[in-house]
Write a protein that binds this ligand. Structure first.
Ligand code: DC
Length: 231
């Protein structure tokens, strides 16, 4: 049997990281962890507890509340992946709306938030056999990952994908609103002081603007096979 490895998938928002990560995890029998869901759950907590809104962001209140925030992934066999729970409540749907998307990048700049989540992510990967997606997985969480993928696609393509996804879920949004959100998040994610989104030296970059899901999956599965053969 091939040796289990750690697969780190980083990249810009709406590049299909989680789709690819889920495909790989299901195919390889690995655990899949969506770290964006963890930052989104903290953002939802901040919104629900009056720490963040359109006109304010009380960082200190959020940092002081961190010990009371419990994040868990619980596997849903019907969905085929683990859903996000915030203090024992399933928040999988709530964390995907545009309001959470508009606050999450700000919440993800907070050093104490990152420290708490990174510690939990490292613990989840200690036995390998894991596919984790996010922004700092190959650089901070698993700098020794055997395979690092960095996904990109042009902004308009990504906004269109996100827009279609939100519409399908019944969200009333405009394309311009979604594009603006994608561009704002790109800016904050790449310019923050703590663990910005950067291409790790040893990461393999994949631009999927013109690739189908299947093509992309085959490319990355080929890379996994190459690595596990030599490991
Ligand atoms: O992958 P996503 O769009 O669900 O991530 C939501 C936000 O969380 C994104 O704007 C940046 C942040 N994030 C992060 O800073 N580090 C991670 N490892 C994952 C997500």
């Amino acid at each position: 049997m091939n040796k289990k490895i750690t697969i780190a998938i980083d990249g810009f928002s709406s590049t299909g990281k989680s789709t690819l990560a889920k495909q790989l995890a299901n195919n390889l029998g690995y655990v899949y962890v969506d770290t964006g869901a963890m930052y989104r759950a903290v953002a939802l907590f901040a919104m629900q507890n009056g720490c963040i809104g359109n006109e304010y962001f009380d960082k200190e209140a959020l940092v002081n509340s961190l010990p009371t925030i419990r994040l868990q992934f619980r596997y849903n066999p019907e969905m085929g992946f683990a859903e996000m729970y915030l203090n024992d409540t399933n928040v999988e749907k709530d964390i995907r709306n545009i309001e959470v998307s508009s606050f999450v990048s700000k919440v993800a700049t907070i050093t104490e938030v990152r420290a708490k989540l990174v510690e939990q992510q490292k613990a989840m990967g200690k036995d390998k056999g894991i596919v984790m997606d996010g922004r700092d997985i190959g650089t901070v969480v698993f700098p020794d990952a055997e395979l690092k993928i960095f996904m990109t696609a042009n902004g308009t393509t990504r906004a269109k994908r996100r827009y279609d996804e939100l519409l399908a879920k019944g969200n009333a949004v405009t394309f311009e609103e979604v594009l603006k959100n994608v561009e704002e998040r790109d800016y904050i994610d790449t310019h923050r002081d703590n663990s910005p989104l950067v291409l790790a030296e040893d990461a393999i970059e994949i631009d999927n603007s013109h690739l189908t899901r299947e093509e992309q999956f085959e490319i990355v599965l080929g890379l996994v096979n190459e690595v596990t053969k030599t490991e």
